[in-house]
Design a protein around this ligand. Structure first.
Ligand SMILES: [Zn+2]
Ligand SMILES: [Zn+2]
Length: 813
């Protein structure tokens, strides 16, 4: 047959239409096959898919297609993280309703996902701004409220003036808003709703060890650090006037005799009592200037209160200071400063000429001299100048001193965590309404379950300024109290959108359930997720929240798994011509533009070929052209060779089959373990080179066999082309209904082994011999080599080491 030119548009559009009108990618509900749940993180519907986004989906789709061919019942769904600020901001900027804007974007992105050939089961699509979905956010909230896992409190919160709303601690990066780099986060006192994630802090931490086999180490390190468990003691320092004591948390109670002052956060409640007049004004300036800067470039600043607190161990009276670097959100908002043994305290006390007093010496050294100390000595050692505790090793001292505090009632052993309860109230419109009502008579009343969902009203005027937009919707705000029937007000804040993504992947298992978030039996079948794929930027936000949510659902009796994700993969970023892609640089390539020029198959293949999937990948047009040219070569090879070939078997058959099975082994190994899809694609290219060289000599049988298996191997990487070539070969599709070809080790075996010959460990030559050549024969071959013979001339052979199929080392003197 004459070869055909590779027209990617014609081929891809033809198959896309067939795929769109089929149920091919639907996961089976009642299957005897083993299950495999592969999932990419659901996108935010920003409107346009670009080449940076598609890498994540391409990896997941290659795996989904491969697993189907390996006989798994594959669940591969997709949905939309549809609530959130960008929709609201776009609505303000473009004067479009957030709902319409979001739905329009979803349609467009869905079209692009389909056009890329991603094999999603669209019957399970989840859109988080759909009341049928978010009613279950509200339902979970009510369940948590019942169990004391949701609570309301006035507290200092992170406030971004750009967003006009509160941020969770996880959304503060280097003191600035995660969405507004350079906008410092302010502390404001606001009433808001919290979820008690700290209740699960210990389990979230200890369960990390169960994830070590399946999760990237750096994600687990980030989670451990974020949870930040520290063991220590809480100690009360009485004030001279006998008012309520100052409680400090310390991990180093063994250094307490070296404490030379107490430092309070400027927001500490005691500051308001201690500070008056000029000091009060200075404190206010301190709070304001910190809000304006962010902790990143904060210079330490202190204010003396001229009051004193009493060290409960030594009875010493030490001064109380106020320090801008002490945060109310961490520990107790008060610290004891031990400048000799903590570098931050050292710098502060040095700056303000506060005494520095060493009380820990190195195990094999002397106590430092305060007058000549240049920096703190932060290590454990032996306690000195500490009354009855002098001479004890640090660890022993901590134990004994904590016991003393407990016995005398001025303190206790304590564990603190860096992670804080999750503040979920947002003073914005485009999110899930929080289902509570405030009644002047009855207080906080949960919306009764039967009244869910509390539907977010549409067509609400949004300005982005001031209070929550829902405050301006009387029909929404004014309600009757469900308890007493008197006029009451609805909560006008909406939920943090990270709630939407905390459990969405459960909903895919039962997306149309209208009486429960899901059927637990379906979850028991599909969970945990076998492979989750997404960006490392979600290591502490989404990936901690969703672990927390799973544990809560388990304790509510809804699921039996404690962790949502068995294997996590974080893909590398896509850059363009060596630079980060950004709107401002104008170097963002949309998926549409890429498909038009190169085709979806080329985009998929190139993204997998250009780098291992966990590494950064540089998109260049030259590289994309190379991948496109390769697919064209494959297409022309198959179209011109269908029904061709010699009648008789030939020597070339053996070579072609060997290369075929070697390629098959490598790609199978890549899927099963290493995920180095770049080497898989390279191997396919190597196979094509061999086949093109041999094509005129191959027998018809082998040619047909090789083309069939080549097409099957192409399926995960370039599914449109695979389907087209399958049809060209007259085979019934779809390709992924056919099993992944088994690799034959006998056929894959190289016939010849290259043997390295060394003399005294130095490589001196190489020879090719038949595989499995015996030791004696190998030694003989090596000795007979002319170059080796001349090297051995006049030397005495002491020993010959032979490693069959690999190496002969001749030791001479
Ligand atoms: Zn912001
Ligand atoms: Zn009431």
């Amino acid at each position: 047959m004459p070869e055909k030119p590779y027209d990617h548009q014609q081929i891809e559009l033809k198959w896309q239409e067939r795929w769109n009108n089929s149920t091919l990618f639907q996961a089976e509900e009642n299957s005897t096959k083993p299950k495999f749940y592969v999932l990419e993180m659901l996108p935010y519907p920003s409107g346009v898919l670009h080449i940076g986004h598609i890498r994540n989906y391409t990896i997941g789709d290659a795996l989904a297609r491969y697993k189907r061919m390996r006989g798994f019942n594959v669940l591969h769904p997709m949905g939309w993280d549809a609530f959130g600020l960008p929709a609201e901001n776009a609505a303000i900027a473009n004067k479009r309703d957030p709902y319409e804007w979001t739905m329009f974007n979803i349609e467009n992105m869905k079209r692009q996902h389909r056009r890329m050939g991603f094999s999603y089961d669209w019957t399970r699509e989840v859109t988080t701004c759909d009341p049928a979905y978010y009613r279950w956010n509200q339902w979970f909230f009510l369940k948590m409220l019942e169990r004391g896992l949701a609570y309301r409190k006035k507290s200092l919160v992170n406030w971004c003036s750009e967003c006009g709303t509160v941020l969770a601690n996880e959304q503060v990066v280097d003191g600035c808003c995660w969405r507004h780099e350079g906008t410092p986060v302010e502390q404001r006192a606001i009433e808001q709703w919290f979820l008690r994630i700290t209740e699960y802090a210990e389990e979230l931490l200890t369960a990390i060890k169960d994830l070590e086999d399946g999760w990237p180490e750096r994600v687990l390190i980030m989670q451990r650090n974020w949870i930040g468990r520290s063991e220590g003691a809480e100690i009360d320092f009485r004030l001279e006037d006998n008012s309520a004591p100052i409680r400090v948390f310390t991990t180093r109670v063994d250094t307490i005799y070296g404490a030379t002052c107490i430092i309070l956060a400027p927001e500490h409640p005691l500051v308001a009592e201690l500070a008056s007049g000029e000091l009060k004004a200075q404190v206010k300036r301190m709070i304001d200037s910190r809000a304006a800067k962010g902790p990143g470039d904060l210079e330490k600043e202190g204010l003396a209160t001229h009051k004193h607190a009493i060290n409960p161990y030594s009875g010493e009276h030490i001064p109380i200071w106020i320090g801008n670097f002490v945060l109310m959100g961490y520990g107790t908002g008060a610290i004891m400063a031990v400048p000799a043994h903590d570098q931050r305290d050292f710098e502060f006390c040095d700056q303000y000429h506060i005494a520095i007093r060493p009380v820990i010496r190195p195990v094999d050294g002397d106590l430092a001299d305060a007058a000549t100390m240049k920096e703190a000595f932060p290590d454990d050692g032996v306690v000195e100048l500490s009354g009855p505790y002098s001479g004890l090793p640090s660890e022993e001292a901590r134990r004994v001193m904590t016991a003393k505090a407990e016995a005398d009632g001025f303190g206790k052993g304590a564990v603190t965590y860096r992670i804080k309860d999750w503040g979920i109230s947002r003073q914005r419109y485009w999110g899930t309404p929080i289902p509570v009502i405030y009644c002047p008579k009855c207080g906080i009343i949960p919306v009764p379950e039967k009244d869910l969902p509390v539907v977010l009203p549409l067509s609400v005027p949004i300005t982005g300024k001031g209070r929550s937009p829902l405050e301006n919707v009387p029909d929404f705000i004014n309600v009757k109290c469900p308890k007493c029937g008197e006029p009451a007000r609805r909560e006008s804040d909406t939920m943090d959108t990270f709630i939407d993504s905390s459990w969405y992947f459960y909903r895919y298992c039962d997306p149309h359930n209208s009486t429960a978030p899901f059927d637990s039996k379906k979850i028991a079948y599909w969970f945990p997720i076998d492979q989750y794929i997404g960006g490392v930027e979600h290591a502490i936000l989404h990936l901690i929240y969703s672990r927390f949510w799973t544990k809560v659902m388990r304790d509510l009796g809804l699921v039996s798994n404690s962790e949502p994700v068995a294997h996590m993969f974080t893909q590398g970023m896509v850059i363009k011509d060596g630079a980060k892609m950004s709107k401002s640089k104008g170097n963002v390539v949309s998926a549409d533009e890429m498909i038009e020029r190169f085709g979806a198959d080329t985009g998929r293949l190139f993204e997998l070929f250009a780098a291992p999937p966990e590494k950064e990948m540089d998109w260049t047009d030259a590289g994309a052209n190379g991948s496109h040219a390769f697919l064209g070569r494959v297409y022309r090879f198959v179209t011109r060779n269908v029904g061709q070939g010699q009648a008789e078997p030939s020597e070339a058959d053996r070579k072609a089959l060997r290369k075929l099975h070697q390629t098959l082994k490598l790609i199978t190994d890549d899927f099963e373990s290493r995920w180095h899809f770049n080497t898989s694609v390279a191997a396919l290219m190597g196979l094509m080179n061999v086949l093109t060289d041999l094509e005129r000599q191959l027998s018809g049988t082998v040619l047909a066999d090789v083309m069939e298996k080549l097409t099957l191997m192409l399926e995960p990487f370039a599914p449109y082309l695979a389907e087209e070539l399958w049809e060209e070969q007259g085979k019934p599709g779809p390709v992924f209904h056919h099993p992944w070809p088994a690799y034959d080790p006998e056929l894959a075996r190289d016939e010849e082994a290259e043997i390295v010959i060394q003399v005294n460990g130095k490589v001196r030559g190489r020879i090719n011999v038949a595989f499995g050549t015996a030791r004696e024969a190998l030694e003989k071959h090596a000795m007979a080599d002319t170059k080796i013979r001349s090297l051995l001339d006049g030397k005495q052979v002491v020993k010959v080491i032979v490693v069959p199929d690999k190496l002969v080392n001749i030791v001479v003197k």
